[in-house]
Design a binder for this molecule. Structure first.
Ligand SMILES: Cc1cc2nc3c(=O)[nH]c(=O)nc-3n(C[C@H](O)[C@H](O)[C@H](O)COP(=O)(O)O)c2cc1C
Length: 379
C-alpha cells in the first residue's frame, strides 16, 4: 500500500488533500467546540491506564497467548552465520529492519508527550514500526500528547500508524475524522480499534456499536489506509471475514494472553461494581496464537499483525511462523517507554536479537524461511 501524503491543508471548512493517491475534496461542517470536561475525564482515564498497567496485575487468569503450545524443531546444524540472519521486511510501503511494531498506547497529560518522544526516536533508531495511542483527545485539543507532525520529524523513515476508536468514525464525519487523524501526525495508515468489551465495562463507555461495519466500509471506499485492531480480546475468523468483505486488508488480531482491558477498567474502580463485572471477563477472548492462525486461514492475502501478550523474540518468531507479517507489543514496552529512548531501544534490540537467534536455531536465513521452519509435533 502506498503511504498517504500528509500534505493536506485545512482551509476553513474544506480539507484539500492535493497529494493523496485518491485525490478528493471533503466538505465538512466546522467541528463543534470540544467539551473540556469530557477531555479532562478522558485524559484522566488515560493517565490511570498507565498507572494501572505499570502497577497492577491486569493480565488474564489461566488464558495465555497460546504460543507455549507451539515449539520449533531445534536445528543443531543450521549451516548459517548468525550475523547473516536477515529479519528485514516491509510494511505500508516502507522498509523495516525487523518485523516489529510498538503497539498503540496512550498516556495522560504530561506523560503522553514524553512516551511518544521516546517511542518515536527508538522506532526510528531501530527501524521498526510505531503505532500511536488514540488520537481522540488530540483531535479535539489540537495535537495534545505530542501527537503533531513533530512526531514524524523524529521518525521520518518508519511506518507511523495513527489510532482512533470505532466510535469516533461513526456517523457523517467518519471519513473526515480519519483523514484528519492521518494528517495530524503524517501517518502512513490509521489503526481503528474495536474494543466493545472495554467500552461496556467502562462507566460511560461507547456501547452503541450499530453502524461500525458501514463506517469502516465508508473509510475504505474513500481510499484511506486503515488497519483494524482489537485491544487484547482478539479478532475472530468471522469478524475478519466480515471486514474483508467490506474491503479491509490489514488487521492486528490483538488477541488474549497479555493485557486484559476489562480488568484495566475494573482496577480503576477498586471493589465497586465495575471491578466485579470486569473480573467475570478474566478469561475472555481469543488467544493470540489461535487468532493469528484463524485470521490467516480466512484472509490468506491480508497483512496480519500479531499482538496481545507477546513476551519476547521467540513468541514473535512463533507468531510469524503461524502466519503473521508483523508482531506488536504494548504493555511489555511501557516501562521502557516511560523511562527513555535508550531504554526502548535496548528493550526492542533484545527482542530483535532473540528473534534472530530463533531464526538461526531453526536454520532460517530470513523471514521467508522462518515461515516454513519445522514445528514439533506435540501429539
Ligand atoms: C497503556 C496502554 C494504552 C493503550 N492505549 C491504546 C489505544 O489508545 N488504542 C488502541 O488501539 N490500543 C491501546 N492499547 C492496547 C494495545 O495497543 C494492545 O492492543 C493491547 O494492550 C494488547 O497488547 P499487549 O498484550 O502487548 O499489551 C493500549 C495498551 C496499553 C498498555
Amino acid at each position: 500500500m502506498e503511504p498517504v501524503s500528509p500534505k493536506g491543508k485545512e482551509d476553513g471548512g474544506t480539507v484539500f488533500a492535493p497529494a493523496c493517491p485518491q485525490r478528493y475534496l471533503i466538505l465538512m461542517t466546522k467541528p463543534s467546540p470540544p467539551n473540556m470536561n469530557d477531555i479532562t475525564d478522558i485524559a484522566q482515564r488515560k493517565a490511570d491506564h498507565i498507572e494501572v498497567v505499570l502497577g497492577e496485575d491486569v493480565g488474564f487468569g489461566r488464558v495465555t497467548n497460546g504460543f507455549e503450545a507451539i515449539r520449533f524443531v531445534h536445528n543443531a546444524l543450521p549451516e548459517l552465520a548468525l550475523a547473516d540472519v536477515d529479519v528485514s521486511t516491509s510494511f505500508v510501503g516502507r522498509g523495516l529492519k525487523a518485523p516489529l511494531l510498538i503497539s498503540s498506547m496512550t498516556g495522560g497529560p504530561g506523560r503522553a508527550e514524553a512516551i511518544n518522544i521516546h517511542l518515536s526516536e527508538a522506532a526510528e533508531a531501530l527501524g521498526i514500526a510505531l503505532g500511536v495511542g488514540s488520537q481522540r483527545i488530540a483531535l479535539e485539543a489540537q495535537g495534545a500528547g505530542g501527537l503533531t507532525p513533530d512526531l514524524r520529524r523524529r521518525a521520518p523513515s518508519i511506518p507511523l500508524i495513527g489510532n482512533l476508536g470505532a466510535a469516533q468514525i461513526l456517523g457523517d464525519h467518519g471519513v473526515t475524522t480519519t483523514k484528519r487523524a492521518i494528517e495530524m501526525i503524517e501517518a502512513d495508515a490509521l489503526f481503528i480499534h474495536l474494543n466493545p468489551l472495554q467500552e461496556s465495562v467502562q462507566p460511560g463507555g461507547d456501547t452503541d456499536w450499530r453502524g461500525v461495519l458501514k463506517a469502516l466500509e465508508a473509510v475504505v471506499t474513500a481510499g484511506l489506509p486503515i488497519i483494524v485492531k482489537e485491544v487484547g480480546f482478539g479478532l475472530s475468523a468471522d469478524v475478519i471475514r466480515r471486514l474483508t468483505d467490506v474491503g479491509v486488508t490489514l488487521f492486528d488480531v490483538a488477541g488474549a494472553g497479555g493485557t486484559n482491558w476489562a480488568r484495566v477498567e475494573g482496577a480503576r474502580d477498586a471493589d465497586g461494581p465495575t471491578a466485579r463485572i470486569a473480573s467475570a471477563f478474566t478469561e475472555w477472548g481469543i488467544p493470540t496464537a489461535q487468532a493469528v492462525m484463524d485470521a490467516r486461514s480466512v484472509a490468506p492475502g491480508a497483512t496480519i499483525i500479531a499482538s496481545g501478550g507477546i513476551k519476547d523474540g521467540v513468541d514473535a518468531a512463533k507468531a510469524l511462523r503461524l502466519g503473521a507479517d508483523l508482531v506488536g507489543q504494548a504493555a511489555g514496552t511501557l516501562g521502557a517507554a516511560t523511562t527513555s529512548t535508550d531504554a526502548v531501544v535496548s528493550h526492542f534490540q533484545e527482542m530483535i536479537d532473540t528473534l534472530k537467534i530463533t531464526c538461526f536455531c531453526t536454520g532460517s536465513a530470513d523471514l521467508a524461511a522462518l515461515k516454513s521452519a519445522p514445528l514439533l509435533d506435540n501429539r
